[in-house]
Write a protein that binds this ligand. Structure first.
Ligand SMILES: Nc1ncnc2c1ncn2[C@@H]1O[C@H](COP(=O)(O)OP(=O)(O)O)[C@@H](O)[C@H]1O
Ligand SMILES: [Mg+2]
Length: 196
């Protein structure tokens, strides 16, 4: 997703003197993040290390717009992820350390969840989820029949996806490579999704 070009001088994520306090019943106020400032620039990968309870997840929750800082400001691409939550829909994602699969859904049904929340029509999200799943399985060398059984895609659909995946310059593979290169070069504002 490329809505506006990234200004390389501007950090993608910026914490400016951020403090996060939690009220704990019976214990008073707990300071989970204390006067933290940092900048993360496009094209960089940053690891936050710290012992359990030091405030890492609280930082992620503020970046994702799920929590509001008590003091200071958090911005992502210059915007406030908490107050402008909707502008980040479909663009900002968190991958959890353990799986969050819904056991009552099929594999493809789990793949569809994000697209469902973005309001895609059932057929559109099924098509896209199948395409993602099929691409992964083609990459791992699975036979068409197995892919068909596991995703519900017809072999005709799988054939179409396989040719689309590898079709020269305009192919999906080429597009993924381009996006990856752009992301490495820092010319995209955030890691991009291939299709939207
Ligand atoms: N909603 C909350 N209410 C009260 N305390 C919280 C809340 N969320 C986190 N905390 C506390 O804030 C501290 C930091 O938590 P967290 O950010 O989850 O740490 P980490 O991810 O580094 O293990 C912990 O002591 C945790 O108990
Ligand atoms: Mg954590």
């Amino acid at each position: 997703m490329r809505e506006r070009p990234a200004n390389l001088a501007e950090p993608v994520v910026r914490f400016d003197r951020v403090t996060k306090l939690f009220e704990r019943p019976g214990e008073g106020t707990f300071r989970a993040v204390d006067d933290l400032s940092l900048e993360i620039h496009a094209g960089t990968r940053v690891a936050l290390l710290g012992k359990t309870g030091c405030g890492k997840s609280t930082m992620f929750n503020m970046i994702a717009g799920l929590l509001d800082p008590s003091e200071g400001t958090v911005t992502v691409n210059g915007r406030d992820p908490f107050r402008e939550f909707d502008t980040f829909r479909g663009k900002l994602a968190v991958v959890f350390q353990n799986d969050r699969l819904l056991p009552w859904r099929t594999a493809i049904g789990n793949v569809e969840i994000g697209l469902e929340m973005l309001g895609l029509a059932p057929q559109e999200r099924r098509d896209m989820a199948q395409r993602w799943a099929v691409v992964r399985m083609l990459d791992s060398g699975l036979h068409y029949a197995d892919i068909s059984r596991q995703t519900g895609a017809s072999t005709a659909t799988i054939t179409r996806i396989a040719s689309w995946l590898n079709h020269g310059e305009g192919g999906y593979r080429a597009m993924l490579d381009k996006l990856d290169a752009a992301s490495r070069a820092g010319t995209t504002p955030y890691p991009v999704a291939g299709e939207r």
